[in-house]
Design a protein around this ligand. Structure first.
Ligand SMILES: Nc1ncnc2c1ncn2[C@@H]1O[C@H](COP(=O)(O)OP(=O)(O)OP(=O)(O)O)[C@@H](O)[C@H]1O
Length: 885
């Protein structure tokens, strides 16, 4: 029992202990729970605080990022907008309300709509590439034809906008269009129809696709072969004006797959077209995969394209049809108008005088249809040029252009020019100094203007060139040189420029059957033959068929002129079968370096080189670049009266200016020898007085110690003495009745030096009984002594050997003959004469050539002959020697 009780007690104690433990554990657990709870509360509080802080920070960061993003978007879209207006200037990018055509000649990007990147950001124009950059393929989700029968679909509106922008930005005629529209037969782009009349647009019918593609493929082949010619990869990289128009073929597909041959041609164009400016715009007609293809896909009024990537493009509305048609009409009008002339600056090199003429002279004369300069060469082949064209066709202008191109390339040491214009006018005067413009073209040695009737001047030029040719032949022989290049190499210190002699209206030289024509033709033929290798080149121009025909009669001569230049409507310059000159437009020329055979034709558009101010600016640059001391050209102006030279050359009587290249004075030497008298013949008193006054001035200056007397037996002509009074202030003057006494006194005492000037000496009345015609004829036994007893005749016949000379004016040859003894008189006493209005036949007794010289009197010119020095009479121009000059 006890045991049971103690067991019970023990059990109770254990239970109590256990309870105690449990209670303690419970208390501890409670405590721990409370602690944990407290901690939880702390952590939770901290978490909330963090979360709130994080949320704040997040929101702040997000706001900041958004602000930055927004600013960036605005800035970048603004930049993009500016970039877009640079890439698509003017008509390529302007929105329709502000759109105007303006040729920028810049191919490239064209606007189709806008891209809205951000609501607040500026709108960015959406641009796509076309000319020189891409073909376009336009596809669409479904038929977007809001009006298949009522107006253009979105796709066709897009095409219309692109075409108008491309047309409006290209120079007129530089873009050609083909439109293949089998569905609506051109109706889709009807507003462009005015271009068709000008040949800018071709509507291609449903059966015309093959022909159109073949034609475009052929263009690509030709451009590759002849325009790019292996030197350029694309037309766009070729410098200068665009030589070929862009060609754009618009293919408005009807969802029918083209036939295989058509597809093959399309694929060729896709691969090769862009480099040659041939482009496709294909709607509903898939193009082959190629980097040159820009793809556009339309969904409603939105589009996605390769250039904009994922950004949708809001398409512009189509251009108003009236605006399109008006622009096309204007464009058609300017395309059908005549082409604008090329510019003189197109022919001028960037740096002057860089070329050597040793081998040839090569310079552009105009611009070809492909925009490239048309170069013309004068050298061994072709050596000489023939230019033809009716009056007003532009020969003078062509010569100016040619000279501009030559003289800017070759320095005066390389090129010398002789320029002669036989027609009335002063076309070459601009190359010589004038009171208005002191500059001259430093290459020009001689410029002849208003040469008109002075064919002798042409002859003088040819003689001068013949002399130069002989000098070159001698030098070539010395150095054993066959042609100019060899001579220049052998004689580097020699001065052997190439010579170009231009003779405008040259037919005047060859137009008569006289000695001038005979000599001119012979000289021309000789020069043409030898000049080829000597660097002497002839350029003959004529407006007149007869001019060319004057040459045609001389096959030896014409064969040398292998370079032919024909202006519009020129006759007989080219070969008979060559009709090109009949069809070229104004301001163009056919240039043919093979004697005019049709296969050698090149057509050049000529610049307007006539503009005086443009020319003057060019000439002044050349003039400033001339070598120090280089002389101005000799200007021969057929309408001008030359002034008496400042320094008469040597002892003798100056009678006038010789019509020659150097403008030398005609000089009569006053030797102590029989016959040294001068007779001025004809009725033109003032010119006779001018000749005698020139002689008086020069003798007064060159013959110190000489005595001078002036006789004018006809008192009514006394006013003609005035210039002689000015020239000979110390002379004794005898007028009217005083003359016979003077003559008698001089004849009585023939002691010189004494020069007797006489005006109208035929008016002297010889003393009765002594005049061979008027007086009684004396018996043979009573024949007068030399001089016939007539004082004047005595002086003429006996004076010169005693230095007493007569320089007199007789009004006809017959009257001079009277003075010398009548019908059978000899003219030995007259060693020199100047004929004014006296016909050649009348001068027969005074000249060595039978029948007299070929001389037809003309005002301001005289024929002059000095037996002591001249082989043939020469033409002179009396100097202006009025009392005041
Ligand atoms: N390429 C051109 N571009 C613009 N104008 C031109 C051109 N060629 C000629 N002209 C103009 O045509 C007119 C006639 O030209 P030019 O005097 O050269 O003809 P021409 O054949 O020499 O005539 P003529 O024989 O009657 O003197 C001039 O007014 C000239 O300015």
């Amino acid at each position: 029992m006890r045991a049971r009780v103690s067991m019970l007690v023990a059990a109770r104690q254990d239970v109590a202990a256990a309870r105690g433990l449990v209670r303690a554990a419970h208390a501890a657990a409670e405590e721990s729970r409370i602690e944990t709870r407290r901690r939880y509360e702390v952590i939770r509080g901290a978490h909330d605080t963090c979360l709130a802080a994080l949320t704040d920070a997040h929101e702040t960061a997000r706001d900041e990022i958004y602000d930055v993003f927004h600013r960036e978007v605005v800035a970048r879209t603004g930049l993009l907008g500016r970039l877009a207006s640079t890439c698509a200037p003017g008509p390529s990018g302007a929105p329709w309300p502000a759109w105007r055509p303006a040729a920028t000649a810049r191919a490239g990007l064209l606007r189709i709509g806008t891209i809205a990147v951000d609501e607040d950001a500026p709108v960015v124009p959406a641009l796509i590439p076309l000319l020189d950059r891409a073909h376009l393929e336009i596809t669409r989700d479904r038929d977007d034809g809001v009006g298949r029968h009522r107006g253009p679909s979105t796709a066709d509106g897009l095409v219309a906008g692109l075409l108008l922008r491309a047309l409006g930005g290209a120079p007129a005629g530089d873009l050609r269009l083909w439109v293949y529209d089998p569905d609506r037969l051109g109706g889709s782009l009807a507003a462009f129809a005015p271009l068709a009349a000008a040949g800018v647009l071709t509507f291609v019918g449903p059966g015309g696709l093959t022909a159109m593609l073949d034609e475009l493929v052929e263009h690509v082949r030709r451009i590759n072969e002849t325009v790019l010619a292996g030197r350029y990869a694309t037309l766009a990289e070729r410098p200068g004006r665009r030589p070929e128009p862009w060609r754009v073929a618009v293919l408005l597909g009807d969802a029918v797959e083209p036939a295989p041959p058509q597809r093959a041609q399309l694929d060729r164009l896709v691969r090769t077209g862009v480099a040659c400016g041939v482009h496709l715009i294909a709607r509903d007609l898939p193009l082959a995969e190629h980097p040159d293809v820009e793809r556009l896909h339309l969904t409603g009024r939105e589009a996605f394209c390769d250039t904009a990537g994922v950004l949708p493009v809001r398409l512009d509305p189509p251009p108003p049809a009236e605006q399109t048609a008006a622009v096309c009409r204007e464009l058609a009008a300017s395309v059908t108008a005549e082409p604008p002339p090329a510019r003189l600056t197109d022919l001028v090199p960037a740096r002057f005088w860089q070329e050597s003429s040793a081998a040839a002279l090569t310079a552009p004369l105009g611009v070809g249809p492909d925009g490239a300069p048309i170069e013309v060469t004068l050298g061994d082949d072709p050596p000489h040029a023939l230019i033809g064209g009716p009056s007003g066709s532009g020969k003078t202008n062509l010569i100016y252009a040619w000279l501009g191109a030559l003289t800017t390339r070759y320095s005066p040491a390389e090129l010398a020019l002789y320029l002669l214009d036989f027609k009335e006018g002063v076309s070459f005067a601009r190359f010589a100094p004038s009171p208005r413009d002191p500059s001259w073209l430093p290459h020009v040695r001689l410029a002849g203007v208003n040469v008109n009737d002075d064919r002798e001047f042409g002859l003088a030029l040819l003689r001068h060139l013949a002399e130069e040719s002989r000098a070159r032949a001698r030098a070539a022989k010395r150095y054993e040189a066959g042609k100019l290049a060899e001579l220049r190499a052998e004689d580097p210190d020699g001065h052997w420029p190439r010579i170009v002699a231009v003779i405008d209206e040259f037919q005047v030289l060859l137009g008569a059957r006289d000695a001038v024509t005979t000599e001119a033709a012979a000289l021309l033929e000789d020069l043409a033959r030898r000049g080829r290798s000597q660097g002497i080149h002839l350029v003959l121009a004529s407006q007149d068929v007869s001019g060319i025909e004057a040459l045609w009669g001389r096959p030896g001569l014409v064969a040398q002129f292998t370079l032919r230049i024909a202006l519009p409507k020129a006759r007989r310059v080219l070969a008979e079968t060559n009709l090109a000159a009949d069809v070229i437009p104004r301001h163009h020329a056919v240039i043919n370096a093979d004697s005019g055979t049709p296969s050698a034709n090149r057509i050049a558009r000529l610049p307007d080189a006539g503009d005086r101010r443009a020319w003057q600016a060019l000439q002044e640059r050349l003039w400033h670049a001339r070598a120090a001391g280089s002389p101005p050209p000799r200007l021969f102006d057929g309408d001008a009266v030359p002034t008496f030279p400042d320094a008469p050359p040597e002892h003798g009587a100056v009678l006038g200016e010789l019509i020659d290249v150097r403008a030398r004075p005609a000089l009569m030497r006053m030797d102590r020898a029989p016959g040294r008298n001068l007779a001025v013949l004809g009725t033109r008193g003032e010119e006779a007085a001018a000749v005698l006054t020139s002689a008086a001035r020069s003798l007064a200056a060159s013959w110190p110690g000489a005595r001078f007397s002036v006789a004018c037996p006809d008192a009514s002509l006394a006013p003609l003495i005035a210039p002689l009074r000015a020239a000979l202030p110390a002379a004794a003057f005898h007028v009217g009745a005083a003359v016979p006494d003077l003559l008698a006194a001089v004849a009585e005492d023939l002691s010189g030096p004494h020069v007797l000037f006489g005006l109208a000496l035929d008016a002297v009345v010889p003393s009765a009984g002594t005049h061979p015609r008027r007086g009684p004829i004396p018996p043979l036994s009573a024949m007068p002594a030399p001089g016939g007893g007539d004082p004047l005749r005595t002086i003429l016949e006996r004076g010169p050997e005693r230095q007493v000379h007569v320089l007199g004016w007789w009004r006809s040859v017959a009257r001079l003959r009277d003075a010398l003894g009548g019908l059978a008189a000899r003219f030995d006493a007259i060693g020199a004469w100047v004929a004014l209005d006296v016909h050649g036949a009348d001068l027969a007794p005074l000249t060595p050539s039978p029948g007299g010289p070929a001389w037809f009197p003309r005002p301001g010119r005289a024929l002059c002959f000095d037996r002591a020095t001249d082989r043939l009479p020469r033409v002179i121009v009396p100097y202006a020697v009025g009392a005041g000059s």
